[in-house]
Design a protein around this ligand. Sequence first.
Ligand SMILES: [Zn+2]
Length: 441
Amino acid sequence: MPFQFLPNSTDLARHLPSPRALRPWLLGSLLLSSVFTLSAYGVAELAPVVPPERNVKRSELPTPDLGSTVASGPFWQDTLLRRGDTLGSALHRLNANEPSLLRFVRSDATARELLELQAGRLLKARIDESGKVQSISYLHSSGKRILVQRTGNDWNAESQTPTPFISQRLINGLIKEDFLTSFAATALNPETLRQLDEIKQQYGGERGIPAGQAFSLVIETASVDGETLRPPRLLAARLPGNGRLIEVFLHHQGETGSYYFSDGRAALPAFLSVPVDHAAISSSFAMRLHPVLGVWLQHKGTDFAAPAGSNIYSAAAGKVSRIGTEAGYGNFVEVEHANGMSTLYGHMQGFAAGLKTGQAVQQGDVIGYVGSTGRSTGPHLHYEIRRNGIALNPDNTRLPSLPALGGQNLQAFRQQLPALLTQLQTASQTALALNHPARFE
Ligand SMILES: [Zn+2]
């Protein structure tokens, strides 16, 4: 005889209460709701309300046998690392105080990496029923995991590289008045946000990208055991531009990635147009009455007013050629770039820690902080861009752009393009649906 797993329909009907049996309950609930309706209108002088009889049926449920279904440990516990945390303080929060473990970490070459924990990441500890630490684990943002395990009376450290789980998210939103806050929910790293801002400066048109327009992003996240490995990566973006859409795609070359148009042209210029955070242009390249000297001079650069302490970035890849202090420029840094180009940054409050002459810098590396040193009336960055030592007027000079992709790079770029284009398309259609729900009515 075949085994019957589901009851047939007549069996089911037999188990349901009949409509006749439901009638008193329906009546009761109607009465109840009218009582509540009355009291809701505050008719207090009505006769005392007789509470309807309540039929409560109790049945004892068997107590589940927790002992056999819940593991008795050891359990993994984790703590979010804070700024200034040491391994000792983090273990203390986990109730995992083991002097022998700390001694081992200090003495073992592999485990010693646990002495440099990054704020914002997790430290995990596996603790048994008696409160004894069995192992600790830490996933570095580089993808390396350090696992320290108890082996009898001693400890053993292992460095692992687990395969991350890569996933993609389609995000769409509306451009806000303050462009960068449009992307606040994406958790993109500051470098990527700066690149988006640069793309907006370059292609957003005279008035920039107006608020209220839709954008779409394809973002890649990598995680190990549910823990995010690194800041999400922006793979593709569609931004509303100057009367047309700007679509850019990430291409990785070694450690650094940059954005390109679908034909392989670089979306980012070789020189940042604004090499400082929170900037407003306060004086451009022109003849002006010098605010301190009181004489008419050719102003050979652009002044960006910005709060003291704001980051100043190297506008392009190059080599630090001078770091110094001078009466006019105050604290300044000069960077030499390819093709006889150089940039100069003046009135700095201070230099990036450890910055040295001869040091190689990438576009967007922090080289110093906004100040008001030298002949200056308030915190601002004086920025000069020179070709063969002659200051250029950025307003009427075509600055070099980054080279377009070619050869194998272009080939690799083209291979990933169709999938990204499809995702951008999907994301923007979702945005359309959200913005115009009437379409589906
Ligand atoms: Zn200036």
